[in-house]
Design a protein around this ligand. Structure first.
Ligand code: ASP
Length: 290
């Protein structure tokens, strides 16, 4: 019998990084970290862990890295403090959990998952979300030294998508948003169908880029709809949605995706996107630039 396919992909944000403006030592460190996160995620999937668990674990590690725009590495808003957004989606049940403009929790992705599992709601914001994090005793966000290397410029939103042995897809995205954003501004990352979407038998997606454009394009749902209704391949759906929905209004950024067959996709219209993936054939991809 053929082994059931498993696959995973992660991103650390799309942006204007080039070999000229990112020192090669830092690029190597980031690539090594991305490789390590994706290898661990793939191993967990091979051991039978659920896609939902694995995307949360992968995103937590990216939040804890300290040099992506998520968790302890988050950009500051216009008043100089951190507000974070995150969401997670289970493609099997289409259950989701999301939080936005949270200030005091170290791992917003875990808070999003608990919103999904412990409340009858899908989206809780601001002080109410922060107070749930305290009630559930989640580790607080503190001024701490990032786990990889202090002093590294933060980069981008983080996300993960996965296919588990049982055919389940899941997606998770976490961010500190845009640097210098208005207080209480919410981007696409916690909005299901904009920054995050997963549906078994269709696709799992996590986006990164200028969030306002992804919300206006309802980008991840638009890609899923092209696959579901227009019967497009994932590659054609991603490319056409980027062109017709996002780029037509001036949007920039990228997406990662995993298909029900265990293919992995990366697509971006910026000069770079921190990314890594391992598909059902065990092929590893790690990259930063185009
Ligand atoms: N999409 C995120 C936001 O607009 C930012 C990013 O991906 O870098 O909040």
């Amino acid at each position: 019998m053929m082994a059931q396919p498993i696959a995973v992909a992660i991103h650390g944000g799309a942006g204007n990084m080039t070999p000229e403006n990112l020192p090669s030592e830092k690029a190597k460190q980031i690539e090594a970290y991305l490789r390590d996160v994706v290898e661990e995620a793939h191993r967990l999937l091979s051991e039978g862990r659920l896609a939902l668990e694995v995307v949360e674990i992968a995103v937590r590690r990216l939040e804890d890295a300290g040099w992506f725009d998520a968790g302890i590495g988050s950009y500051l808003n216009e008043r100089g403090f951190i507000e974070m957004d995150a969401s997670i989606m289970d493609g099997k049940t289409r259950r989701t959990g999301a939080v936005a403009a949270v200030r005091g929790v170290r791992n917003p992705i875990t808070l999003a998952r608990l919103v999904m599992e412990r409340t009858s709601h899908v989206f809780i914001v601001g002080e109410g979300a922060d107070s749930l994090a305290r009630i559930w005793a989640l580790p607080p966000l503190r001024n701490e030294v990032p786990t990889i290397s202090p002093g590294v410029v933060t980069q981008g939103t983080v996300g993960a998508v996965a296919l588990d042995k049982y055919g389940n897809l899941a997606a998770a995205t976490s961010t500190g948003g845009i640097a210098g954003k208005k207080v209480s501004r919410v981007g696409d990352s916690p909005i299901i169908g904009a920054g995050t979407y997963a549906e078994n038998g269709v696709i799992a997606l996590s986006a990164t880029g200028y969030g306002e454009y992804f919300i206006r394009s309802v980008l991840t749902y638009d890609i899923a709809a092209r696959i579901r209704y227009a019967k497009m391949t994932p590659a054609a759906a991603i490319q056409s949605a980027f062109k017709e929905r996002l780029e037509s209004i001036g949007g920039t950024g990228g997406v990662i995706a995993v298909s029900p067959q265990g293919e992995v996709f990366f697509h971006f219209n910026t000069s770079g996107m921190y990314r890594a993936g391992k598909d059902s054939a065990g092929r590893l991809t790690v990259g930063i630039y185009k």
